[in-house]
Ligand binder design. Structure first.
Ligand code: AMP
Length: 195
């Protein structure tokens, strides 16, 4: 999840004019060497604490969504915050994508590769009707491993997933490009260099 090979081709996923989201960028705190040496952790808890910053983030993310979505799928745990807040103005439901073993009902799951080993995410098998349109949301996209697994999982459930929104993109890690190659329109508000 943290730290990976650099992509040579990157395309900005950031929406709006250059610098348009600098107010939000300024609210994201960078903590070097967390959770391990060499990682620049982009801490969004400082943005969450700022009433105006959080409201503006949701407003701008919501404005960039195309068409009607039936459901907003949030990835555990920070993705839940943005998914839930976005679902209200979009008049959509909220679908939870959780770490395996947390959901009480029958689930379907998807594995994805980490730097060492694998991880597994899950959703309730009956969470979305076949053909439901779903917007995928997380706080940040890095290598895209998590988001791509979430797209595979949602598609396995019969969802139509064509767009994904993130507060932060780390374009050098190539996740947004990989997600685009999976047929997803990727949008974010803020990009940071490096990883
Ligand atoms: P990835 O699967 O590599 O795209 O990683 C995405 C997940 O890991 C997101 O849910 C992020 O919250 C978290 N993450 C990865 N890298 C960072 C980073 N540099 N700063 C903050 N969160 C990160």
């Amino acid at each position: 999840m943290f730290g990976a090979t650099l992509s040579t081709e990157t395309e900005a996923s950031v929406i709006g004019a250059p610098g348009a989201n600098d107010d939000l960028r300024a609210l994201i705190r960078t903590i070097p060497d967390f959770p391990k040496p060499g990682i620049m952790f982009r801490d969004i808890t400082t943005l969450l604490l700022d009433a105006r910053g959080f409201a503006l983030s949701i407003e701008r993310m919501a404005a960039s969504v195309e068409g009607k979505v039936d459901l907003v799928a949030g990835i555990e745990a920070r993705g839940f915050l943005f998914a839930a807040a976005l679902a209200a103005p979009l008049k959509a439901g909220v679908l939870l994508i959780r770490k395996d073993g947390k959901l009480p009902g029958a689930t379907i799951a998807e594995d994805y590769a980490l730097e060492y080993g694998t991880d597994r995410i899950a959703m309730h098998a009956d969470a979305c009707a076949p053909g439901a349109t779903v917007l995928l949301v997380d706080d940040l996209i890095a290598t895209g491993g998590t988001a791509r697994a979430a797209v595979r999982l949602l598609r396995k459930a019969g969802a139509v997933v064509t767009q994904a929104s993130f507060l932060v993109d780390l374009p050098e890690l190539g996740g947004a490009d990989a997600l685009r190659a999976d047929g997803i329109a990727v949008r974010s508000l803020v990009a940071f260099d490096g990883h």
